[in-house]
Write a protein that binds this ligand. Structure first.
Ligand SMILES: [Cu+2]
Length: 163
């Protein structure tokens, strides 16, 4: 799902060319049925490529995605929720002093700067799903509510993938 960036670029080029009706382009950028978009405009904050890892009930999993912020204002992911997990935390995987990989909570929330994309990916930032309330099976989908300081709560539907 790289279409968001490409379309944003297309939109910018169209604007430079003096497109008289840029809003008409906005309307067709992302269809309403697109499960990955938080907003139907390529110039708006959005999320792409979400997925969660398969794991059994009682275990742990993680959700990954790219959070794209082409707007002029930073926003911060302050919390996440899903009924599939007893507890959800925002984590960063890093190397500790002993050279071992460890996960630490991101204090104060995860800021997505204006004009930037933050990738939640294996080995880096992720939404940690603890105390799974049910099996997450490859092929299923998982709804995760992400709460941003600025724009409020948005729900992302993440496909579940096997390891
Ligand atoms: Cu973690």
């Amino acid at each position: 799902m790289r279409t968001l960036s490409l379309l944003a670029l297309t939109l910018a080029l169209a604007a430079c060319a003096g497109d008289p009706e840029p809003t008409a382009v906005d309307d067709q950028v992302l269809p309403d049925s697109d499960p990955f978009a938080l907003d139907a405009s390529a110039t708006a904050f959005g999320l792409s490529e979400p997925y969660a890892r398969a794991a059994p009930a009682g275990g742990v999993s993680a959700m990954f995605a790219r959070i794209e912020n082409p707007t002029g204002d930073a926003d911060t992911l302050v919390a996440a929720r899903t009924d599939a997990a007893g507890r959800v935390e925002i984590h960063r995987t890093q190397e500790n002093a002993e050279g071992l990989s460890e996960m630490v909570p991101v204090e104060g929330g995860l800021t997505v700067p204006a004009g930037e994309t933050v990738a939640l990916e294996p080995g880096g930032l992720h939404v940690m799903l603890l105390d799974l309330q049910r099996d997450l099976v490859a092929g299923d989908t998982l709804d995760v509510e992400l709460e941003f300081a600025g724009r409020g709560a948005v729900t992302v539907r993440a496909p579940v993938r096997g390891l």
